[in-house]
Design a protein around this ligand. Structure first.
Ligand code: NAD
Ligand code: IPM
Ligand code: MN
Length: 352
């Protein structure tokens, strides 16, 4: 079980250390962790946010645990040298096109939601975000127009096969849950979205047992606050999925709680190859203070055990320990409490 560990920048190393403690506590036979440099940390050490040596470690592994990247001191660099290119580069190079971002309200945490407790309580949804296309990976540039004004531009596009493969992932996920799928787009304005909607509808013919609905992204953002319990599986493009998942995190209480799995087609001897990371970033405002909530990272490790290693019981054991810690009031600053990163890690370990 070869696991690449890319801790990255800011709170990345702090939360990753707790996830590693949790994994090591399981005493899994044959688990091998290999660290690699990514992000600003890799840029300052090697001159590149995603060095070739790191890619080699990624390719030789069965799964990747990824902390976070992002360092404001790199924001002036040419785009291809910025820390964020590490995660974008890994997603592209490894064909990780399907990003699963579950959001569930933990019992006892309803009062920490930005929503009223009775609304927060109903949240149990899965955002299936396309991760290899959209405006993220189109051509982009800066130019000067004839009249001298500067213009920045980014090309938004989806090819039908890119939509079809994420549609299949989402329909299958819906089959395994309550057989409801909501596709989120902006087809009233964007051609990219019209194609998205057309292909989702075509693909739905293969899943007659799944109830499909379509929603414009502006309405989806509103409904996520008004009646989040009406969503089960949500499938959407790269940009909309990025935004809606941060929003969903505050609906359940904190961005420090949301884990993710990024999957492609590659199978290993154990399961599906994948990259696992919290949905949050490097949080420079609290980095180095031992304050970050490591739960999203720990829950990402659980998703890794489930999807890449078929270790359902171990995944459930970690998730149960996190839920119990929350129920017992072990809350970080992001949840109105005082527990530090290490303390939260201790509490989860104790409950495992
Ligand atoms: P962020 O997610 O890093 O932080 C947003 C806010 O949430 C901050 O106030 C932060 O303190 C808080 N927060 C985030 N995670 C937390 C945790 N585990 N515990 C407690 N509080 C937490 O988003 P940002 O500030 O917009 O971005 C900071 C940097 O991170 C940028 O460089 C950005 O590009 C990068 N980023 C990276 C990833 C990634 O590596 N996948 C994801 C998002 C942002
Ligand atoms: C995320 C992040 C990334 C994204 C950035 C850091 C490139 O916000 O994983 O949600 O936009 O996908
Ligand atoms: Mn994001």
């Amino acid at each position: 079980m070869k696991i690449a560990v890319f801790a990255g920048d800011g709170i990345g190393p702090e939360v990753t250390a707790q996830a590693v403690r949790v994994l090591e506590a399981l005493n899994l036979d044959g688990m091998e962790l290999t660290e690699g440099d990514v992000g600003g940390a890799a840029y300052y050490k090697h001159g590149h946010p995603l060095p070739e040596a790191t890619l080699d470690i990624a390719r030789a592994s069965d799964a990747i645990l990824f902390g976070a990247v992002g360092d404001f001191s790199c924001d002036h660099l040419e785009r291809h040298l910025r820390p964020e290119q590490a995660i974008l580069g890994l997603r592209a190079a490894l064909g990780l096109f399907a990003n699963l971002r579950p959001a569930t309200c933990f019992p006892g945490l309803e009062h920490m939601s930005g929503l009223r407790p009775e609304i927060a309580r109903s949240i149990d949804l899965l955002i299936v975000r396309e991760l290899n296309g959209d405006v993220y990976f189109g051509e982009k540039g800066m130019r000067t127009l004839d009249d001298g004004r500067r213009q920045g531009w980014d090309m938004m596009a989806y090819a039908e096969d890119e939509v079809r493969r994420i549609a299949h992932v989402a329909f299958r996920a819906a089959q395994g849950r309550s057989k409801k799928l909501c596709s989120v787009d902006k087809a009233n304005v964007l051609e990219t979205s019209q194609l998205w909607r057309d292909v989702i509808i075509e693909t739905s013919a293969e899943y007659p047992d799944v109830a499909l609905e379509h929603m414009y992204v502006d309405n989806a953002a509103m409904q996520l606050v008004k009646a989040p319990g009406n969503f089960d599986v949500v499938v959407t493009g790269n940009l909309f999925g990025d935004i809606l998942s941060d929003q969903a995190s505050m609906c359940v209480g904190s961005i420090g709680l949301l884990a993710s799995a990024s999957l492609g087609e590659r199978q290993t001897g154990y399961g599906t190859f994948g990259l696992y990371e919290p949905i949050h970033g490097s949080a420079p405002d609290i980095a180095g203070q031992g304050k970050a909530n490591p739960m999203a990272m720990i829950l990402s490790a659980a998703m890794m055990l489930r999807h890449s290693f078929g270790l359902e019981a171990e995944a459930a054991r970690i998730e149960g320990a996190v839920a119990k810690a929350l129920e017992d009031g072990v809350l970080g600053g992001d949840l109105g409490g005082t527990a530090g990163t290490q303390e939260v890690g201790d509490a989860v370990l104790a409950r495992m």
